[in-house]
Design a protein around this ligand. Structure first.
Ligand code: NAX
Length: 328
């Protein structure tokens, strides 16, 4: 049986970068047939329909069916994997509260549609920003779907962090493991290298040989570079991250379905590391038997704790703001 994958915002930039890689088997593997549902709003339908024509022209062996719709009931019907990419961007003069409210108006109804129409094994990855709180809103509207099935993408942050470490060490990125992203997918995120390794060796030891004072390097160079990488891409490229975001989305779902020993994802907290229950926060996670598990028992020193707490405080504020709107 083929896997049904719904992509919201499929007519947008990240959607366009995602569709062809999914159809080529990069996400679920070379043996897994896929059926794609491209869910858009009326203004995005033409772009999604155009992408569907190009998908036909790709003549992908694994692609069984493509449907384009602006009706969430059709878009999520029988869906096994939902990639919630479409979101309302921040417009001129829009305050953070307005942004949260506009997105609550998208992700609440989508959560309801997932609950009503998706397959019983549905897994959801939220890419559209503010991703963590959008995932929280969708989960809280999806009666009957376990909250653990709603996740937010922080894999791009992890990939960016590993790439920066590889550059600093002049080492292949493949040897760099156990980097953790904690908290919100925002400028407050905490990319944590205290448990990371390069070729099995503690990365902080290797970094000290290159950058000297590793703590200072983290504060002034590494963390700001990772946390503000999205802005850097906009400045250089003139447009936000697209292919790298799609690639990270593929990594996230592939590892969720096929398993991994260590990555990072925004998942619902059950109080781990003192993160208030119910928030969707990024944690270091492993995936076993198709489920994310938060990697527990990692030591966080005072400095790391303060970093995590600051990002979690932002998530708490976001939850308060959407609570005040009656959206969670
Ligand atoms: P685009 O503006 O190119 O595409 C968004 C698409 O979503 C549009 O075609 C629009 O018509 C559609 N859309 C809007 N509301 C919808 C709804 N209710 N149902 C279905 N479709 C809807 O943006 P793009 O560059 O593709 O980025 C998409 C989202 O990803 C943005 O919110 C962006 O901020 C977010 N990102 C998240 C990242 C992450 O790591 N979590 C990184 C990249 C990116 O910034």
């Amino acid at each position: 049986m083929a896997t049904t994958i719904t992509i919201t915002g499929a007519g947008g930039q990240i959607g366009y970068a995602l569709l062809f890689r999914i159809a080529a088997g990069d996400m679920l593997g070379a043996d897994e047939k896929v059926r794609l549902r491209l869910l858009e709003i009326p203004q995005g339908m033409a772009a999604a329909e155009g992408a569907a024509l190009e998908l036909q022209d790709g003549a992908f062996d694994l692609l069984e069916h493509v449907e384009v719709t602006d009706d969430p009931a059709v878009g999520f019907d029988g869906c096994n994997i939902a990639l919630l990419v479409g979101a309302r961007p921040r417009g001129p003069g829009m305050e953070r509260g307005d942004l949260l409210a506009a997105n609550a108006g998208i992700f609440g109804p989508q959560g309801e549609a997932i609950s009503a129409h998706a397959a019983s094994d549905v897994r959801v990855a939220v890419v559209g920003n503010p991703a963590n709180t959008n995932a929280l809103i969708a989960a809280s509207h999806a009666d009957g779907v376990p909250a653990e099935r709603f996740t937010a993408l922080t894999r791009l942050d992890e990939n960016r962090a590993r790439a920066q470490l590889a550059l600093a060490l002049d080492a292949p990125v493949s040897g760099i493991r156990r980097v953790a992203i904690w908290g919100n997918h925002s400028a407050t995120q905490f990319p944590d290298i205290s448990h990371a390794t390069v070729d099995g060796r503690p990365i902080e030891t290797a970094l000290a040989e290159r950058v000297g004072d590793v703590s200072a390097w983290q504060e002034t160079t590494f963390i700001p570079r990772v946390a503000k990488r999205g802005a850097e891409i906009i400045e250089v490229r003139g447009s936000s991250s697209v292919a790298s975001a799609a690639s990270a989305t593929i990594d996230h779902v592939r590892d969720w379905v096929h398993g991994t020993e260590w990555t990072s994802a925004g998942v619902v907290s059950f109080g781990e590391y003192g993160v208030p229950e119910g928030l969707v926060s990024s944690f270091p996670v492993r995936s076993v038997g198709g489920r994310w598990e938060i990697i527990e028992g990692l030591e966080l020193d005072e400095w790391a704790r303060a970093r995590l707490d600051a990002s979690v405080a932002e998530l708490v504020d976001e939850r308060e703001a959407v609570r005040a709107l009656g959206m969670v």
